[in-house]
Design a protein around this ligand. Structure first.
Ligand code: SF4
Ligand code: SF4
Ligand code: SF4
Length: 250
């Protein structure tokens, strides 16, 4: 078992990574696009977004939602919005909203692929021939719509609200994680030494996904489908109660 300790610079590194990813979003947008993958399905083309979404599922088998904590451009914007509002997201049953978006979207993709007679070619640069997603002024409209949705939700509906309610990418990782949990294969997860907790609740206060981390520690269940393995709780706990671990446990 690999068990890590607190690392003072880890959160600064994480925030730098998601902010750089946000700056690169005009380049990467089409590789994370719900529309491009639909368009590709109707043409029978496996494109960049298709591959990236597949990688989200596969990576979640080993590292859960690490992408969400450490690399996603929307994470950079969502956490930058903490400067304006740190209202917790309500989460709970509202987290199901994203499935109400994801399931019909997947249905359209399947319908499109069937209409095209299946996937017959691969073009990773489909609709991104230059390699840059926003390569002409008109494409900034889509860029600003996505950025605007993440921004407005973040400052009105709580911390990283887009991640809770609107994201079409998170379900791939949640499903991958559930498969891993069912198979109990080795993966990155959180672990807590419950007896060492002094109930200060700093872990819950710093969680960017508004999770009740203190309650997770007390219930001895650190697995939560909304946990993005950002490590904020790991690096904040004054008693070093919470750790990263890589093993077969939940
Ligand atoms: S939930 Fe979606 S928007 Fe949020 S960090 Fe994960 S992939 Fe990005
Ligand atoms: S920060 Fe650590 S000590 Fe404080 S409530 Fe959370 S787990 Fe317990
Ligand atoms: S529980 Fe900890 S690792 Fe998970 S999202 Fe919250 S702060 Fe990050």
């Amino acid at each position: 078992m690999i068990k890590t300790k607190q690392h003072p610079k880890r959160q600064a590194t994480r925030k730098a990574l998601i902010f750089i990813s946000l700056l690169l979003f005009p380049i990467t947008m089409n590789y994370l696009s719900p529309y491009v993958v639909i368009d590709g399905a109707f043409q029978g083309i496996i494109n960049g977004s298709f591959v990236v979404f597949g990688l989200f599922f596969i990576s979640a088998l080993f590292v859960g939602r690490l992408w969400c904590g450490w690399l996603c451009p929307a994470a950079g914007l969502g956490e930058a919005c903490f400067m304006i509002s740190e209202k917790p997201a309500r989460g709970g049953r509202f987290n199901w909203i994203k499935w109400g978006i994801w399931i019909p979207w997947i249905g359209i993709i399947i319908y499109g692929a069937l209409s095209a007679g299946g996937y017959t070619s691969i073009n990773l640069l489909y609709q991104t021939e230059s390699g840059v997603s926003v390569d002409e002024p008109a494409r900034y409209i889509i860029y600003y719509i996505v950025v605007g949705a993440v921004f407005v939700l973040s400052i009105t509906a709580g911390k990283r609200a887009f991640c809770h309610y609107g994201c079409w990418m998170a379900p791939f990782m949640i499903l991958g994680r559930k498969v891993r949990n069912a198979l109990k294969t080795p993966a990155l997860h959180l672990q807590a030494d419950t007896d060492a907790c002094i109930h200060c609740k700093k872990c819950s206060q710093v969680c960017p996904m508004s999770l009740d981390v203190h309650e997770m520690v007390q219930s001895e269940n650190m697995e939560n489908s909304e946990c993005i393995l950002c490590g904020s709780c790991v690096d904040t706990c004054p008693q070093d109660v919470i750790h990263y671990a890589f093993d077969r446990n939940l």
